[in-house]
Design a protein around this ligand. Structure first.
Ligand code: F0G
Length: 370
C-alpha cells in the first residue's frame, strides 16, 4: 500500500510542542536513511551507521528545525523571518518561508557560502544580505534586527528549532531498536549536538536541560540507554577544543566556520553528561573522509558533514573506539551543495576533465580497454 512519510511534525506529533490550531508547515522532512557503512565499519573495527541528513528536502538537517520553528511563526501575525547562516540554514529558511507564505531575509558572510546554497536562497526568493564579516558577526546582526523589528528569528537560538532537530535521534533509535553506543556529528554553532542529546535523553525517559518545558518527556521510554556524544570540529574553527570562542575561524568546511557557538552550554553539557568528547580534525582529514564516503560507501556529503566520519577515523587510529561498539555518524548536508570544494579536494578543477571520444561504441569500448 502506498505510504508517504508525513514529515516529522506529524510523525512525532506526541513529542513536539505543536498545539491545536497551529498550522503544519512541512516539506515532508525527516525520515532520512540510516545506512550501514561496511567500508567504514571495517576501518574502525566497529559497527558504523550513517544518518544521511542530506536527504532532507533542502539537502540538510536544518529542515527538521525549520518545519517546527516556521510552523510556530505561521501561527502568529509575523510576516517575515530572518537568519544568519553559513548557507544551509538560509536555504532551509528560504524554502520554508515559501511553504508558509512568509518573506525571508538571510544574512551571510560574504564570499564564504558554497554556490549551491546561495542558489537555493535566491531560487526560493529570499532577500540576500552579504556582510563583510563572518557567521558570528552575521548572527549578532540578525539577533539585534529581530529584537528591534517585527521579524522572527529562525536561527537555532529559537527554542523551537532544536525541538524539531531532536527528532533525528528518535529516528535512529526507532531504526536500530535502541540508542547506539556512540553518536558522532560535526559541531559548528552547536545546536545539533544539543538537539540530539535532548532527543536521546527524552527517548530514554531521562530528564535533561531542554530548550523548553515539555510534558511529552513523561511518555514511556523507547530506549534503554543514551549514547556517548562525540562532536567534531574543524581544526581552524574549534572553540570547544580551545575551551573558549575564537576570533577568526577558518576552514574549507565553510558550514562550520564558526568561532562563537550560540549553544555553548548545551553542547558542553551534552559532551560531559554523556562522557563524550569534542575533538578537531584538519581540512585534509575532512576531504579524505568525504572521499571515503563517496567512493567506498556511496554517499556524497558536503565537507562539514564529513567531519563526523573524519573524527571517528581519527579516534580509531588512536585506538579510542571500543571494539564492536555500535556507532552512528550523522552526515549533515548534501555533497551537491558544494561540488567545487569536493572536486578541488580530488585535485580536479571546477570541470572534471574526461577524455572526449568519437560518438561511437567501438571508440568507447577501446577507451575502456574492452
Ligand atoms: N553541518 C552542516 C552541513 C551545517 O550546515 C552545520 C551548520 C553544521 C554541520 C553544524 O551544526 O551549527 O548545529 O553545530 N550550519 C549552520 C548554517 C551554522 O547556518 O547553516 P550546528
Amino acid at each position: 500500500m502506498a505510504h508517504q512519510w508525513l514529515g516529522l511534525l506529524n510523525e512525532y506529533a506526541d513529542r513536539l510542542p505543536l498545539v491545536e490550531g497551529d498550522p503544519v508547515v512541512t516539506l515532508r522532512e525527516g525520515g532520512t536513511p540510516l545506512v550501514y557503512a561496511r567500508a567504514i565499519s571495517e576501518r574502525v573495527g566497529a559497527e558504523v551507521w550513517i544518518k544521511v541528513e542530506g536527504a532532507n528536502p533542502t539537502g540538510s538537517f536544518k529542515d527538521r528545525g525549520m518545519t517546527m520553528a516556521v510552523s510556530k511563526i505561521a501561527a502568529t501575525d509575523t510576516e517575515m523571518i530572518a537568519c544568519a547562516s553559513t548557507g544551509n540554514t538560509s536555504a532551509s529558511a528560504a524554502a520554508y518561508a515559501v511553504a508558509a507564505g512568509l518573506r525571508s531575509v538571510v544574512v551571510l558572510p560574504a564570499g564564504k557560502i558554497a554556490a549551491g546554497k546561495i542558489a537555493q536562497a535566491v531560487m526560493h526568493g529570499a532577500q540576500l544580505i552579504q556582510v563583510d564579516g563572518n557567521f558570528d558577526d552575521s548572527l549578532r546582526i540578525v539577533r539585534a534586527l529581530t529584537e528591534a523589528y517585527p521579524v522572527a528569528l529562525v536561527n537555532s537560538v529559537n527554542p523551537y528549532r532544536l525541538q524539531g532537530q531532536k527528532t533525528a535521534a528518535f529516528e535512529i533509535v526507532d531504526a536500530l531498536g535502541d540508542a547506539p553506543d556512540i553518536h558522532v556529528l560535526p559541531v559548528g554553532n552547536a545546536g545539533n549536538i544539543s538537539a540530539y542529546w535532548m532527543g536521546f535523553n527524552e527517548y530514554a525517559g531521562r530528564a535533561v536541560a531542554s530548550t523548553m518545558e515539555n510534558s511529552y518527556q513523561r511518555l514511556e521510554p523507547v530506549a534503554t540507554k543514551v549514547p556517548m556524544m562525540w562532536g567534531v570540529q574543524a581544526a581552524g574553527a574549534a572553540p570547544f577544543v580551545a575551551g573558549a570562542p575564537i576570533a577568526n575561524p577558518e576552514t574549507l568546511a565553510t558550514a562550520i566556520r564558526i568561532g562563537a557557538p550560540a549553544s555553548w552550554d548545551y553542547a558542553v553539557a551534552a559532551r560531559d553528561d554523556s562522557k563524550g568528547q569534542i575533538t578537531s580534525v584538519t581540512d585534509e582529514q575532512i576531504l579524505e573522509a568525504q572521499q571515503i564516503l563517496a567512493a567506498e560507501v556511496g554517499i556524497f556529503v558536503e565537507p562539514a558533514s564529513a567531519a563526523s566520519v573524519a573524527g571517528l577515523l581519527q579516534a580509531a587510529q588512536a585506538h579510542q573506539v571500543p571494539e564492536e561498539a555500535r556507532i552512528v555518524c550523522t552526515v549533515t548536508g548534501n555533497g551537491l551543495k558544494d561540488t567545487k570544494t569536493a572536486l578541488a579536494g580530488l585535485g580536479a578543477g571546477d570541470d572534471v576533465e574526461a577524455e572526449v571520444v568519437r560518438a561511437d561504441v567501438d571508440a568507447v569500448a577501446a577507451v575502456l580497454g574492452l
